[in-house]
Design a protein around this ligand. Structure first.
Ligand code: PHE
Length: 461
């Protein structure tokens, strides 16, 4: 079975696809809205630390497990240890992937729906930013619109995954990523040139440390995992298609730099616009849909530009939903011998059904909350802030204490011999992070997130 496993067509295939998974709504939709709700620059600062110090070592580890185990998350753990516990960690990742897909594809549907709005020229009629917000709220309160767009997006995702790893994923991400980056830079320049943009720059670049709390750290860590597609086996699965000639640390670093660059550019673009149009930075999940159309209205060639922008955003989202679906598919194909086609159809339909209550969170089920969160909010919170960091912590523990660095480092060096000759220290750094730093830090943050830490500290007072 292993012989027939597909490999990336070219050396850049992995980087492109993994970057495609990482770059998406997490950077352009979620990053600005979570940052806007949590104090701007101070959040950015903690987020960058989480990315560099925890994100990179765990990313390298996750890709490595996949490349060595050569399977889906469950199968790869099975290949590397006899212990029966670890495949469940892979299983949790697959469930997290399924949950993420069910809400992510809804927002992707909005982005797709905005392509249609842009073509119709809806953004041209706005006289004030408030109108852009009003229009968005009108659309998401329409049950038919939100569900139809969600289903269309799921069908697009299924179509690509149905036709297989190479043909589908690789080709798509090769062309579109640079184009998206260019458009974002243009929006950013437009944003900076707008009157009153200074307050926006200050918001995202000048930290107000008083805004930092334990929650900020949790949310920054969660966003770091979310944006890198980390902790649920997407990078592991993509790593499983990677060859031993490829250099994991340098690929991981490239993905991380690209992903962070896009998030920061998107952040500057959005907040300069938010402040110069007088919108509220803490607007929540609707933030970019309120803000960007209001910017496009004011741009020369804004009509055409808005069409391109939402097309590229939809494609960026698609390369991420593909990776989510690929994880689920790879599991059913590898472990349970399902046909790829059946897995895609069955899980596509199941995800749509499971996602509908989340879609209704913006209209019919608006007032239905659990722990103060809508169903959509709960899915997002549970996956990004609990399941992904937990998965990341377990990946670090697995490599350090179960698989063992001796074996892991031999694998890691494959394809990266020259790299490690020059920078041997980086292995030591990697080990220290995975062995002590990542598990302890994530554990503390997780305790905090379920409110346990407060109770424990109270015990000692
Ligand atoms: N990283 C993706 C984004 O930023 C989202 C994602 C999370 C994809 C987890 C796969 C797995 O848009």
């Amino acid at each position: 079975m292993q012989q027939t496993r597909e490999n990336w067509g070219s050396k850049v295939g992995f980087i492109l696809a993994a970057a495609g998974s990482a770059i998406g709504l997490g950077n352009i939709w979620r990053f600005p809205y979570v940052l806007g709700e949590n104090g701007g620059a101070a959040f950015l600062f903690i987020y960058l630390i989480c990315i560099a110090v925890i994100g990179l070592p765990v990313l390298i580890g996750e890709i490595l497990i996949g490349r060595t185990g050569k399977r889906n998350p469950v199968g790869s753990f099975k290949a590397l240890t006899k212990s029966g516990f670890w495949p469940y960690v892979g299983g949790m990742g697959i469930i997290a992937g399924f949950m993420i897909l069910s809400f992510y594809a809804i927002v992707a549907g909005w982005s797709f729906g905005y392509v249609v709005e842009a073509i119709k020229g809806s953004f041209l009629d706005y006289n004030s930013p408030a109108q852009a917000a009003e229009h968005f709220n009108l659309l998401i309160s329409d049950v038919t619109w939100i569900i139809v767009m969600f289903i269309i997006f799921m069908l697009l995702t299924m179509l690509v995954v149905y036709f297989g790893v190479q043909k589908g994923i690789e080709r798509g991400s090769k062309i579109m990523m640079p184009a998206l980056l260019i458009l974002l830079v243009i929006v950013m320049i437009k944003g900076i040139s707008m009157e009153g943009s200074g307050a926006g720059l200050e918001f995202i670049l000048k930290p107000d440390w008083s805004k930092i709390s334990a929650t900020t750290v949790l949310l920054a860590l969660g966003q770091a995992f979310f944006t890198l597609s980390l902790g649920m086996g997407a990078m592991l699965t993509y790593g499983s298609y990677m060859s031993e000639k490829d250099n994991i640390p340098s690929s991981a670093a490239q993905i991380l730099v690209l992903d962070t660059l896009i998030a920061v550019i998107a952040g500057i673009a959005i907040f300069t616009a938010v402040f110069s149009t007088g919108l509220d930075p803490a607007e929540g999940p609707g933030l970019i849909f309120h803000t960007l159309p209001a910017v496009f209205t004011k741009m020369i060639g804004g009509h055409l530009f808005s069409i391109f922008f939402f097309i590229l955003l939809s494609i960026a989202a698609l390369t991420s939903t593909i990776s989510l679906m690929e994880v689920i598919t790879a599991y059913f194909v590898d472990e349970l011998n399902w046909k790829r086609h059946s897995a895609v159809i069955v899980f596509g339909i199941v995800t749509i059904l499971f996602g509908i209550p989340s879609a209704l969170s913006f209209n019919v089920l608006n007032d239905f909350t659990i722990f103060g969160l809508t169903i959509f909010g709960l899915m997002e919170y549970l996956t990004a802030n609990v399941m992904l960091p937990l998965g990341g912590m377990l990946i670090a523990i697995f490599i350090a204490y179960v698989w063992g660095f001796d074996k892991a480092v031999i694998e890691l060096k494959k394809g990266a011999e020259r790299f490690f000759e020059r920078s041997g220290w980086s292995i030591t750094f990697w080990k220290i992070i995975l062995k002590y730093f990542a598990p302890v830090l994530i554990f503390i943050v997780l305790l905090q997130s379920i409110g346990l830490l407060d109770k424990i500290t109270n015990l000692f007072q």
